[in-house]
Write a protein that binds this ligand. Sequence first.
Ligand SMILES: N=CN[C@@H](CCC(=O)O)C(=O)O
Ligand SMILES: [Zn+2]
Length: 432
Amino acid sequence: MSRNHRLLVKNAKQVVLICNNGEKFLTKDGVQNLCVIENGSVVIGSDGLIKAVGPAETIRVQYADASFDKVIDATGMCVLPGLVDAHTHPVWAGDRVHEFAMKLAGATYMDVHRAGGGIHFTVEHTRAASASNLLALLCSRLVRMQRAGTTLVECKSGYGLELQTEIKMLQVIEEARRSLLINISSTYCGAHAVPKGKTVEEATEDILQVQLPRLKELMSAGKLGVDNIDVFCEQGVFDLSSTRSILQAGKDMGLNINFHGDELHPMNSAQLGAELGALAISHLEEVTDEGIVAMAKAKTAAVLLPTTAYILRLPQPRARDMLDAGVIVALGSDFNPNAYCCSMPVVMHLACVNMRMSMPEALAAATINAAFALGRSRTHGSLEVNKHGDLLVLNAARWEHLIYQLGGHQEVLRYVVIKGKIVYDNDKTMDL
Ligand SMILES: N=CN[C@@H](CCC(=O)O)C(=O)O
Ligand SMILES: [Zn+2]
């Protein structure tokens, strides 16, 4: 056993492991009974992986002869796994603050979209932006998320809607993955909207015949790493049959199916996803009872997005019905020009108040279950030996303060750590 380690976090008032039996996700009773150690410590090795987590005294004795690059004395503080944001659209140029005003005045999401705004507005600006400009914007947003405790984030393309810009966006995500410590799950979302001037059939054909084959070439050549395929399955966007063919083609290329469904209208997206073996479906504000049953049976995660329902004043996703049926419930910020939120603590707070989730359910949904939705729960989402040493240290004696103090995460979060490296130290108010 090596004696030199990267980080020791010692004597924390609480260490929230989430789970400790290698669970890949939590449902039902599992989410009510998160694994918490009182007065605990965590050791992260020089490879960035967790070597030990347990009672402070046991670890003190076990590691008496070890040396550490860094020691955090967490006396009176809490330690949690880094948060996982399972749904974001962080690569774009041109904000939509003007549309926020329109929506506050009563316009619906689809009114704005049909009038050529919404996704179309962002597509125009993103197509015109250089890759370096998009990369700078993406990195600043990822750093902001990291400061709010996110250590693994899903990042979608989808503001190109044609080959060149979709690839540009995915390359920008790839570049960020190489230069930042934050963990990224990359998603091709070329079917985010039907581009202006094309029918659904033409857009689907372009994705199947032009975009996906090029993506496959770049992936096989090791030039691009893409993890998931996404489609916005919605009335007036991609219908069920075009969604099916795009998702199936992505799956055939080895991508995980993880798509937008049943958001504004009941589309039977949940049933389709369950049938295709989708890893996750997002939104689900309009999911049916049959859809919930199908997702529970297929172990397809529901990625719920409380900011969307809040900003668009939609009916809340039926989190309680899903939890009661045994669906794997995860959370995402849905960061995009419509829902400008980088903070998973705010998302958890909204999930508790508006969707009636308990705080343990919300935390499980923003850690192990969100990691599952991204196919990463073997390595992320809980504090267990051999997982990545991604964790948060809170300036609070109980972990619930991270959710309870609405908008207070800047003060509550003391450190954010990724693979044993401190990436944010609140005391120095700087990103390291
Ligand atoms: N619903 C579709 N996509 C995004 C919104 C993207 C946008 O409006 O730019 C969402 O998940 O909320
Ligand atoms: Zn989305």
